[in-house]
Design a protein around this ligand. Structure first.
Ligand SMILES: [Mn+2]
Length: 425
């Protein structure tokens, strides 16, 4: 069953504009030319090359909550690790123990323990003040945050040994994970002031499609650790303090990444850079670490937060989720909760919760369907506008997912200077 949200119709002004143009053209052209104009006009109305309207999005009901929601990708495989400018295809357990922050032993055992047993393991951490010494933490700068260099290193290694095969219309999206998460979350934005999600996509003739941030979008870089609000900043940096508390790392702390190759369908692959918080050596999986105030599922914003975490952990190698619960006013750690992805899903998409009547009830299945729709639409819009037969060199497009969830493409005159073009192509 498909329960649809109201369908957006094209704005009447646009239609009238097209009709007026058409009528003007009809008056001026001979009888023979009329036919051509008419069919051209029809094309323009029904099949604009530069956008994909929201009503083409087919999705399941927002109240459909299966035991296990859909998977995002057909397949996903970890293909490399990256830290301190070093890339390696070695993803063995041994390598992860040196390259990644490693979850402290007690925390790595939480998954298998009863509530009583886990309480004993947690006591060492409970009561820590996560707001102490926050001045030692520093956020990644914009460039590092968005860098796809680790992905390009992997692709280059495949090119060199002849293992990289790609041909139009097949595209390979190359991106930092956060863009994929943001695209997926763009459906659930009814409470946001700037509800447009924008992105720069750069098409290369070898079928790579590089995603990068749109630095013109004013909403970018103003939230979280980039906020100028001191209280908000404190709350965000306490996440770093929680990471430090329950992980160990060889040498100075620097971001560690897992590189994954995923397949959406026969025409779209992805190579993604995922920053990993911790490697759980007991389970041989990763752990995504979060630090939140007490979670209340009656609060829609909390459900949204967990949906985002659930989506994020579906776009990387297998991960569970460990949440530090702190008191927002004094930063004291109260509890540590461990969830598998499935258990997290069952918490915020529980059938026992009163459905939220906006934002698709933060439904995970709909989120997966939306993300797939967006990735396919972006690739389709680029294919329509890239002119693959002409070797034009890299060409960049601005993608916009607007507040009404229509997806638009605009070809840019040149590739922004911030976009790194690989030199092995
Ligand atoms: Mn995290």
């Amino acid at each position: 069953m498909s329960l649809k949200e109201p369908v957006e119709t094209p704005s009447p002004v646009e239609n009238i504009h097209n009709v007026v143009n058409g009528v003007a053209a009809l008056k001026l052209k001979s009888k023979k030319a009329n036919k051509k104009v008419k069919s051209k006009r029809r094309n323009k109305i029904s099949n604009a090359n530069d956008s994909i309207p929201y009503h083409t999005f087919n999705h399941s009901s927002k109240n459909y909550l299966p035991n296990d929601p859909k998977r995002i990708f057909k397949s996903i495989e970890e293909v490399g690790l990256f830290k301190d400018d070093q890339f390696t295809c070695d993803v063995s357990q041994k390598r992860k123990l040196t390259a990644m922050p490693v979850l402290v032993h007690n925390a790595s055992l939480l998954a298998d323990l009863s509530i009583t047993d886990s309480k004993a393991l947690k006591t060492k951490f409970i009561g820590t003040n996560l707001y102490d010494n926050l001045e030692i933490y520093k956020a990644m700068d914009d460039k590092d945050l968005d860098s796809i260099e680790p992905c390009l290193k992997y692709i280059e290694s495949q090119f060199q040994c002849g293992a990289w095969l790609s041909a139009f219309p097949k595209l390979t999206i190359v991106s930092a994970r956060h863009h994929i998460v943001d695209i997926g979350m763009s459906l659930f934005n009814s409470n946001e002031k700037n509800a447009d999600t924008t992105l720069i996509c750069t098409y290369l003739d070898n079928g790579l499609l590089l995603f990068s941030q749109d630095t013109q979008n004013k909403s970018f870089a103003k939230d979280g650790i980039y906020s100028t609000d001191p209280i908000l900043k404190k709350i965000c940096f306490s996440g770093f303090a929680f990471e430090d508390l329950i992980t160990n790392q060889d040498g100075p702390k620097s971001p560690a990444f897992s590189i994954v190759k995923a397949r959406l369908d026969d025409n779209i692959d992805l190579v993604l850079r995922c920053e990993m918080d911790a490697y759980n050596a007991t389970q041989d999986i990763y752990s995504e670490l979060k630090c939140y105030a007490n979670l209340k599922m009656g609060n829609p914003q909390h459900r949204k937060k967990l949906l985002k975490t659930w989506l994020q952990t579906g776009i990387c190698p297998e991960s569970d989720i460990i949440i530090g619960i702190r008191n927002p006013s004094d930063g004291i750690l109260h509890d540590i909760l461990q969830y598998s992805r499935t258990n997290l899903y069952r918490k915020f998409n529980s059938r026992n919760l009163t459905p939220y009547n906006k934002d698709f009830n933060y439904n995970s299945n709909v989120a997966v369907e939306w993300l797939q729709h967006c990735l396919r639409s972006i690739c389709e819009l680029v294919r329509r506008n890239a002119n693959p037969d002409v070797d034009e060199g890299p060409r960049s497009f601005k993608i916009k997912i607007d507040a009404r969830h229509n997806i638009h493409v605009k070809k840019l005159h040149s590739t922004p200077v911030s976009v790194t073009i690989p030199n092995f192509t």
